[in-house]
Design a protein. Structure first.
Length: 373
């Protein structure tokens, strides 16, 4: 909702779109904080810009204000998320805006964080500053879906991702790895991983693929936390995931009945940790416990890469927020691994359906994306 009653201008939309570009630079790097961008404008000319780079470091507004210096006086600042009005790991941005002499603040989205939630905008208005809120609100909300899910539930935003054939197969032979999608999709997946806090797979995928779960984007890439569901620690000690030169760690979830000697060996390895969660009869590890723990260690976004049993479990328990399928234009045949295991639907009316569906061509492949539940 746009506030106050002033009609938004094309200039407001344009400069907010630039602030969104700034904010996107922080994707995958700011948790548990949101991605935020700011642009300072005087007489329709950009004076400075900035974005939040990492939790505990200055926020986007502060970066932009420092760059602007005295030019910030009587300027307009565009910020994708309501300025904070409390002291956390950094001072309140609302106070910095007032001190800089900003005369107008244009906000994309009111901060859903209960300790902010409108107080930043109210403080600025109380200081005599014009505040317009709700500019490109939908785009600003979409950018911070993981932050919003985490701040309101304590759990990460879960995206189920898979590369599959036209007949819904993850591989050509059950339990055997095999490239399904093309090189363009592979490149896209590495960029996708770069924007998530963690990637999750099951022990079956680990055994079949022996993946590294890295981004392979060079110096600018950032590897997410690697998470494996492995009830009884069947992982072999020579698995690639345990021996990476990476800037991220590997976290194994197992049951309390797992091999204690194997666990000790794994925990002695650099960059590897093991966490016990409950085992649900007939279902495997308790996924609610897994998500609660990941949220507690500031994982706001989780990319679930499979395999079929893991995808089926997450869907069955309604724990998926978004689905992203890379569909290759080929048939893999009936011997391949299906997208889902142990997930049954009785009819069209009870089948989970995607909302806000989008379709995108990626090389020869098609990306189908939508929200669930």
């Amino acid at each position: 909702m746009i506030t106050p009653e002033k009609v938004i201008s094309k200039d407001d939309v344009f400069f907010m779109s630039l602030a969104l570009q700034e904010a996107r630079k922080g994707l995958g790097r700011t948790s548990p904080n949101p991605c935020v961008g700011a642009v300072i404008v005087v007489d329709n000319e950009i004076v400075s810009s900035g974005y939040h780079k990492k939790a505990g470091t200055p926020h986007a507004e502060v970066h932009a204000l420092r760059k602007a210096g005295s030019l910030a006086k009587d300027a307009t600042i565009y910020v994708t998320l309501e300025p904070c009005n409390h002291t956390g790991r950094t001072p309140p941005c609302s106070h910095a805006i007032v001190a800089a002499g900003i005369k107008r603040v244009v906000v994309g989205l009111v901060d859903p964080n209960p300790i902010v939630n409108g107080s930043g905008n109210s403080y600025l208005r109380g200081c005599g500053i014009e505040v317009v809120s709700g500019i490109l609100e939908k785009e600003c909300l979409e950018l911070n879906r993981p932050f919003i899910k985490h701040i309101t539930t304590g759990k990460p935003f879960v995206v189920m991702k898979a590369g599959m054939s036209l007949d819904g197969r993850l591989s050509y032979q059950d339990g055997v790895t095999g490239q399904m999608t093309g090189i363009d999709s592979k490149t896209r997946v590495h960029s996708l991983r770069d924007s998530f806090d963690a990637i999750l797979i099951g022990s079956g995928t680990l055994a079949a693929d022996d993946p590294s779960l890295t981004t392979r984007l060079g110096a600018n890439g950032r590897d997410p936390l690697r998470v494996v569901l492995d009830s009884f620690l069947s992982i072999t000690l020579d698995s690639r995931i345990l021996h990476l030169q990476s800037n991220a760690e590997t976290l194994l979830f197992c049951s309390s009945d797992c091999n204690s000697e194997k666990r000790a060996q794994l925990e002695a390895m650099e960059g590897v940790s093991v966490r016990s969660v409950s085992l649900v009869p007939g279902q495997g590890l308790d996924l609610e416990e897994v998500l609660e723990y990941l949220g507690a260690v500031d994982v706001c976004s989780l990319l679930v890469e499979g395999g079929a049993a893991v995808h089926g479990s997450f869907l069955r328990q309604e724990l998926v927020d978004r689905v992203m399928l890379f569909v290759a234009p080929l048939f893999a045949g009936s011997d391949g691994t299906p997208l889902l295991k142990d997930f049954r639907v009785t009819d069209r009316y009870t089948a989970p359906k995607l909302n806000n569906v989008s379709y995108e061509q990626c090389g020869a492949d098609l990306i189908i994306q939508g929200d669930l539940f």
